[in-house]
Structure formats: C-alpha cells, structure tokens
Ligand binder design. Structure first.
Ligand code: ADP
Ligand code: ASP
Ligand code: MG
Length: 454
C-alpha cells in the first residue's frame, strides 16, 4: 500500500479536490491511504476564531464560522451536483459548524482559550476536509471511506504539539485502515489531528499532516509515502524567497530532514523519522502538475557538496555567561536540564570556555526558563534573529564550500555559526532582516542565478 497526502492548497477548492481525485484514481493499483490537510487558510481562520472568541469578539468569531461554512458548502455544491447526496453530506458538515459556533460562544463566555480548547476547535478543519474529500471521491467513482483520524492517531496530552504514541498508532492503523484497504476501498482521513488515549482531541503542531502521513505509512509498512503540495518538489530554496530555486530530483533522508528542521516548510520537520526507521521512500509532488518528476527522498541519493538552503526568519538567541563553566564538569548538563524541564527545544548551539549561546524556535513563555538560567550565570536574550542553513552531504568534504558561503555573505553580519556533527549542515544566525538577502546571495553562489526551469 502507499500513503498519498494532500496539503491545504491541494484540497483548497473544488478544482483542487477534483485534481486530487484524478491523482488518486491513477494510484488505485498501489492501494492508497489518503491523508488530507484542512482546506488552505482554514487552520489560520480557526485560530483567529478562537482568539476572537476568547477576547470577547463573538460577533467577529461567528462571522468567521459562517465564512468557513460558506467555503465548505460552496466546494461541496461544486463537487457533488446530485442535490440529495449533497444535502446529506452538507448535513454532516453542518454539525461541525454548529459545534464550532457553540465552542466560540463558550470561549467568549470564559474569556480565555486553553491549548486543549484550541485543539478541539482547530481539529474541525481536517475533519471537514476529510469528509468533503471522501464525498467528492465517492461521486467520482472512487470507493473512498471516511475514517476519523482521532481514532488512529493516539498522542500524549501536550495540546498544540502532541507527541504521537507510535505503538498505539501502529495497532490502531492496522485495525482501522487495513480492513478497508483489503476490501479494495480507500480510507480517507485528516492529517494533523489526534486524540489522547482518553479520547480528548489533540493536534501535532502546524504543518503536522505530513507527519501523520509518514506515521501511518510506517505503521502499515507502506511501499511509499507521497506528499502532494503546491511546488514541484523539494527545491534548492523556498521559491517564495529565491524565485530561481531549482528542483532537487533526489535527496538523502538526512539532508531532507535537516532542511525541514531548519525551515524548509515543504515538509514538517518530523516527517522523515518514521520513514527512515522503515526505509520507506518519500516522494514530494506538485498536485497542479502531477506529471512532474517530483523529489524522491531515500537513503541512497547522490551526495552533493551543497543540496539546498533553508531559513527561518524568527528565532531567539539566549546567551549564558558563567565563570563556573570554566573547566567545570557537568555544567552543560545542568543547563540542558533546565531547558528540558521547561520543554523548550534548542536548535543551534555554540559554546566557548565561559559562555553558551543557543537558538530557540518557540520563544513563548520564556520567563520561567530565564529565572532558572539566571541561577547559573548572566543571561541575555536577543530577539529578532533569523537562521540560514546550508545543507549538503559533502559540505565539509568540499574544502571551499565554507569559504564560498562567507564570501557570498559579504557584509551580512553573522552572530553565530555552527556546523552539525554530521557535517551536512552549516547554520548561521543573522539579523532577521538579513535572512532574505543572505538566502539570495548564498543561492546565487552555490546554484547560480539562472532562472528555474518552466
Ligand atoms: P502544504 O499545504 O501542501 O503542506 P506547505 O505550504 O506546508 O504546503 O509547504 C509548501 C511550501 O513550502 C511551498 O509553497 C514553499 O513556499 C515552501 N518551501 C520552503 N522551502 C522549500 C523548499 N526547499 N522546497 C520547496 N518548497 C519550500
Ligand atoms: N492544517 C494544518 C496546518 O495548517 C496542518 C497541515 O496543513 O499540515 O498547520
Ligand atoms: Mg505543509
């Protein structure tokens, strides 16, 4: 079997869902399990609704719910011409909108929104899209069957960024998906959403549908995991920042994983891990151009000095200076324990004899962390930084790659630099407003400024 995952734009309107149906029809011999994101823009709209409702702006929130109702029902009408079928599915979808309106009302009374309530609200996006896509597929003669992903994706209760429980997922995936696949039908489920063992709704963090696809693929020993998105595959840089970015036809798991972790949003950072564990190839394809070659991610792709450049424009640097660090055993462990205790994960690290600098992606709720760190030394926080990462399996073999990178950066100020232990990633911390020019200069230096293939 294979897993076929469609991102938000690939199910963003009736025309996109129609294209997805054609893609799945072509994949039928491979026995696909279909995973979908919420329609594009819906997750953001749901987060806005929960913010507005909990600030007491109920009228705005309800208006947001109505706009979502309109968007989904319009897509349904376009996709399912038969009025009696459409009204049956419409009634199922309407139940979600009524739930949403009630949730918004409850939040406005409470005046705040917990991560748990937000997950309940935001999960509706994937529930709606998976039901809509199932109906559209059925009308097109594809034997699709809706599965509520929360019955399979078991997670812990870290709402908003829940941790999947791999063993429970494997068991449930076999129970829920395999019988449907064995009967020659196609399960359709939402990505990104899950539930605790007690059945409370959770989400895996933004962009998490890719992660769902690969977790389900690993659970079912899939032959391939296909990620269908709005670009031709993994490119040498984000084409929104570097319009001349080029397609990478084959890339190694470790490089793809570094790129995703350091900002290449085309894949959720955790996507590769379950696939590597089972040696399952991951493909990235453009759903608007289904005949393209796409990108194949495997363990044996060719090594290149530099494969691609990724970036994040919002990072925070925390610096700790302490004379105690000098020659002291166990000091770093003490520091890292503080981060662990606060569930704050570190991206890049640089140390000297008496100082430690780290970068953080998620800089919310830092105060408690800082209080603990101040017990260990002088602490400073620098916001408004960004990261640029150059990734390539032969980065450190190619003697001049580093020199070329620094030459290309010219007068761009580098606050921190770090080469990964595997030698495939050179990460530079810059001022946030220097990230875009730095990306463009580095891309020109390593890949030339030639226009991308049409
Ligand atoms: P989906 O909704 O299909 O999951 P995303 O918006 O999450 O799509 O990811 C696709 C986007 O990732 C692209 O539109 C592109 O702007 C961005 N992106 C960032 N880095 C890269 C890269 N190296 N290669 C391809 N796309 C990238
Ligand atoms: N819909 C979710 C998001 O926008 C998950 C995903 O698209 O992968 O983050
Ligand atoms: Mg995505």
């Amino acid at each position: 079997m294979i897993v076929v995952k469609f991102g938000g734009t690939s199910v963003g309107d009736a025309a996109a869902i129609d294209r997805a149906a054609s893609i799945v029809r072509g994949r039928m011999p491979g026995r696909p399990l279909v995973i979908v994101s919420a329609m594009s823009g819906v997750t953001n709209a749901l987060i806005d609704i929960s913010d507005q409702a909990s600030r007491g702006q109920l009228v705005l929130a309800v208006r947001g719910v109505e706009a979502l109702r309109e968007k989904h029902l319009q897509a349904l009408a376009d996709l399912v011409p038969d009025e009696s079928v459409a009204s049956e599915v419409g009634a199922e979808l309407s139940a979600s909108f009524d739930d949403l309106a009630r949730l918004a009302e409850a939040l406005s009374v409470l005046g705040y929104c917990t991560a748990r309530s937000q997950d309940a609200l935001v999960a509706q996006g994937e529930l709606l899209s998976s039901q809509l896509v199932t109906a559209a597929f059925q009308v097109r003669g594809i034997p699709a069957e809706f599965v509520d992903a929360r019955q399979v994706m078991t997670t812990d209760d870290r709402f908003g960024r829940a941790e999947p429980q791999v063993d429970a997922i494997a068991e449930r995936a076999r129970e829920r998906f395999l019988p449907i696949l064995r009967e020659g039908r196609i399960p359709v489920a939402g990505g990104f959403i899950g539930a605790t063992a007690e059945g409370v709704t959770t989400t895996l963090g933004r962009g998490g549908s890719d992660y769902s696809a690969s977790l389900f693929g690993a659970a079912l020993q899939a032959d391939a995991i296909e990620i269908w998105t709005d670009v031709d595959g993994m490119l040498t840089a984000d084409p929104r920042v570097v319009p001349t970015a080029r397609l990478i036809e084959r890339i190694r798991f470790d490089e793809a994983s570094e790129l995703a972790s350091f900002g290449a949003k085309v894949l959720h950072p955790s996507t590769i891990t379950p696939a590597v564990r089972r040696g399952i190839p991951v493909y990235v394809y453009n759903s608007r151009r289904p005949d393209g070659t796409g990108t194949l991610i495997t363990s044996d792709a060719p090594r290149r000095p530099v494969s691609a450049i990724a970036a994040k424009s919002q990072t925070t640097v925390v610096k700790l200076r302490s004379a105690r660090m000098l020659l002291a055993h166990g000091f770093l462990r003490t520091v890292f324990e503080v981060f662990e205790r606060h569930h704050i994960s570190i991206d890049v690290i640089a140390t000297s004899e008496v100082s430690l600098s780290v970068t953080l992606d998620h800089a919310e709720n830092l105060e408690a962390l800082l209080v603990d760190l101040r017990g260990l030394g002088d602490v400073s926080v620098e916001r408004g930084r960004g990261i640029v990462s150059i990734v390539g399996a032969g980065l450190t073999d190619a003697s001049n790659a580093m020199a070329r990178a620094f030459t290309a950066l010219g007068d761009v100020r580098v606050h921190m630099a770090s080469v990964s232990a595997t030698g495939i990633n050179l990460t530079l911390v810059l001022d946030a407003d220097q990230v875009t020019p730095a990306m463009q200069r580095l891309h020109d230096a390593f890949f030339g400024a030639a226009p991308a293939a049409p």
